[in-house]
Design a protein around this ligand. Sequence first.
Ligand code: ACM
Length: 502
Amino acid sequence: MDETLLKQLTHPPEPTLIPQPVTQSALPDQTFTLQSSATVGVVTPSEALDRIADQLVTQLRRSTGFALPVEPGTGTITLSADGPDSLGAEGYELRVESSTVTVTAATAEGLFRGVTTLRQLLPAKAEADTDQAGPWEIAGTEISDAPRYSYRGVMLDVSRHFFSVADVKRFIELASLYKLNRLHLHLSDDQGWRIQVDSWQELTKHGGSSEVGGGPAGHYTKADYAEIVMYAADHFMTVVPEIDTPGHTNAALSSYAELNADGEAPPLYTGTEVGFSSLTVAKDLTYEFLDDVFREVAEQTPGDVIHLGGDEAHVTPHSDYLTFVPKAAELVVKHGKRVMGWHEIADAELPAGSIVQYWGNDQAKDEELARKGVRQGAELVMSPANRAYLDMKYDEDSPYGLAWAGLISVEKAYSWDPATLIPDVPESAVIGVEAPLWTETLDDLAKVEFMTFPRLPGIAELGWSPASALDWETYKDRLAAQGSRWEALGVNFYRAPEIPWR
Ligand code: ACM
């Protein structure tokens, strides 16, 4: 047989990574095979590095059955965070040769991103939770990588339907596989209040007892929430908590009559209408309430951002809205956090360091609000509803999801550039992307997974990979290769017909 053909037949397939790394070149004569004798070496061990090594071997022990001892120094697989600072906070280099694999970064976070890539280089069955047959081959390769944007998020709405700590952990695991680094939790809305606030206990006791459709609902205790925050941190994701104000507040208003303009508490709400509730802008108590809530949420937030919502305040008179946003924002700043909010907040005066989350639908007025935010010095996170909203149906046959922002195919979710979507916004103002998942129609994790996969990896690639690497034709082929990984992980993904699944 012809030598080249033989090599093609015996060499493992070229890696199909998502997000596409900045540079990747094949080392064509080298193939690494993970053997039962392999070790994982940690150069300059630390708590953070040991945990990264432990996460890797815990998974690989399950699927390969190998012992994979973790040792200080170099190993068959060597993990090092002693690389040059030029690699940046999240950058890494990865080299796969015949007998060794080396992942080098300047930080634990960078090393974690590199290990994420290593997991994708291994055969998909490496992700299984039971013993699989080898061989565990990786085609020789050399990768140098770093993200395009610092903010790469996904949002889970735990208010419309409540999701358990275990569900949120699973969501974190799956999102972190695509190098996302922010978990935005939509913790309050008309239908339910989900985070314990000791100074206002009815918020969860009463306001946490409802959800869309009247299901069992629930809330996170402080211990639950700490568990989520810690699990996210272990996956190098920072939690961005959202307390939606001044609209989307029926659960709070139902919990405390005195927060209402007329002093009367409305009933709990289990429907899916939006835009009917508002905090009372003229009441001092409103700001005492928010001061307490933001203080307690800030205490539980190692990240530097609190999201104050600000969307769809349809029954708040606009002059009141313009009064409210700066006052609420000042309370967030008072508790040491940066303000983030949906793009409507940009019509009001924003404190320095604010982040405006664009959720428009190609409408000029929404784009203008984003520009107004930028003119005030705010940074932009791009979540265009007609592209990045994971709760929009894929097509007319999608069994759940909404369609108010249109149908969003896998191609449509992927085919846009965060830097150029809004005209006349300097590229430097855009700090990243986020894919929100609203859960009006999603009452369990299987449905969440179905809407999230396969679209989330596309948003993750828009956040990580250089603009020059974005290409639907090659992306859909790389995405097809993820299907077997999701099968190994038990992910309930949508087998979109536009993807050539194999
Ligand atoms: C939103 O979708 N109301 C931000």
